[in-house]
Design a binder for this molecule. Structure first.
Ligand code: GLY
Ligand code: MN
Ligand code: MN
Length: 432
């Protein structure tokens, strides 16, 4: 661990201690127990799907796969970690990392699944629905008090320098995977082989990915959350879209790259280059005080210009936006908050916790906040040929170049996604 990361983590923990003390005091609480969560086994089996711990738990300890464990926070006291570590010859015992948080905590290794010790006015947060002790806990503490969870979500929205350093490292590791994926595509690999190349180069097993990697060749690039990996490479190679991440100490990278293949029409390669330019342009728009909704609307304006410039729309950019053409080509939001969850918390709230829902015309937008220093967001403009969304426009008189649309359809779509921190004076693109 570098001295910088070491010191930054110590400062991060001190910051959490101060912030939690304030939030507990504001809510009249003496103690707060945070449950890590646990995986449920498959029905009638003893195996469980990959697990991701509760974000507010990882915020302190950075361990994204810890289960059946508790963290108890009391103002002015050392954090108490009750780490489930059974004597078990089937599994390797839980190992603590060599990180400064360990020295700042009292760590109790528990051979059994425990209930947390609660003092005074207590609250519990986390996924305790399936705990056998649920009712018993509810009698002793407030469960999931909304004001507390909202305040802690708000805290997570603003990253400490330590968290930004972790997100930058997650990006560095993920980019190595993206480079290997591109090389595999050039080598005519299948989706599965591109995925395996990505995992190997980004040094992670599949169960550790922060979200299921999207590896779409050809028309699969136009399925927004395409969920399969074809075993065989297609004969024609029009395009590849890779939306793939990596965790570092719990923090997630969420990066997308799109490539034109040897069989793509020249227009597709030109569109990929234009979308990379659009991503860069939108990244430059990030600064404190900027409304993310306004930046999303700016993306649509630029998409309108791009459709006109590339002969996909024979009207004006303004008409393309006003008539919903840009929304048919890009139905998702400009981006979202990023942190311990890929789609991080508090994106659709005002600072006081009241709801700030997505605009009616842009229901998929996951972030409606005004940008402030410390926020980390994704910027991910897209352009897709999705028949389900474009078909209703075919029966209109809108001047869409359907011939070109049909020519581009085998390429699926384009998304370019970077991870960007908001700084005091502008932005810091964490994606190398
Ligand atoms: N990887 C999911 C997203 O970009 O939001
Ligand atoms: Mn993504
Ligand atoms: Mn994203």
């Amino acid at each position: 661990m570098t001295t910088t990361l070491f010191n930054l983590q110590r400062e991060h923990i001190a910051h959490l201690q101060r912030a939690y003390s304030e939030i507990l005091a504001d809510n009249g609480l003496d103690s707060l127990a945070i449950y890590s969560g646990h995986a449920s086994v498959h029905f009638a089996d003893d195996h469980a799907p990959p697990f991701q711990a509760y974000g507010h738990f990882i915020h302190w300890v950075g361990l994204a796969d810890v289960q059946h464990s508790w963290l108890v926070i009391q103002p002015g006291e050392r954090p108490q970690l009750y780490l489930y570590a059974p004597a078990d010859f089937w599994h390797l015992p839980t190992q603590l990392p060599k990180e400064p948080w360990v020295a700042a905590f009292d760590v109790h290794l528990c051979s059994d699944k425990i209930s947390p010790p609660l003092t005074g006015n207590a609250a519990i947060i986390g996924d305790i629905e399936r705990l056998a002790t649920n009712a018993q806990l509810a009698s002793k503490a407030a469960i999931q008090p909304e004001a507390v969870v909202k305040a802690l979500d708000e805290l997570r929205l603003f990253k400490t320098p330590y968290e930004i350093a972790c997100l930058r490292e997650a990006n560095r590791l993920a980019i190595a995977g993206h480079q290997a994926a591109q090389a595999a595509f050039i080598g005519a690999a299948s989706e599965l082989d591109i995925q395996l190349a990505y995992l190997a180069a980004s040094r992670q097993r599949e169960s550790a990915v922060p979200y299921q990697n999207i590896i779409g060749l050809n028309n699969h690039a136009g399925v927004l959350h395409y969920q399969h990996y074809d075993l065989n490479a297609p004969k024609q190679r029009y395009s590849l879209l890779v939306d793939a991440g990596r965790r570092f100490r719990g923090y997630c990278a969420d990066i997308t790259r799109t490539y034109a293949g040897p069989d793509a029409p020249a227009a597709f390669g030109e569109l990929v280059t234009a979308m990379q330019g659009l991503k860069d342009e939108l990244v430059k728009g990030i600064a404190p005080g900027v409304s993310f909704v306004a930046l999303h609307e700016q993306m649509h304006h630029h998409l309108g210009e791009l459709l006109v410039a590339h002969n996909l729309f024979k009207g004006s950019a303004e008409q393309a936006v006003a008539e919903g053409v840009t929304r048919a080509f890009c139905s998702h939001g400009l981006g979202h908050s990023l942190g311990l969850q890929v789609h991080d918390v508090a994106g659709l709230r005002h600072p006081d916790g009241t709801p700030a829902p997505a605009p009616e015309q842009h229901p998929a937008l996951r972030l409606t906040r005004t940008l402030r220093p410390g926020m980390v967001v994704t910027i991910e403009p897209g352009l897709y040929i999705i028949n389900m969304l474009l078909a209703p426009l075919r029966n209109t008189s809108l001047p869409i170049n359907w011939q070109l649309v049909d020519q581009l359809a085998p390429c699926g779509g384009i998304r370019i996604e970077d991870n960007v921190a908001v700084t005091e004076s502008g932005f810091d693109n964490l994606t190398p």
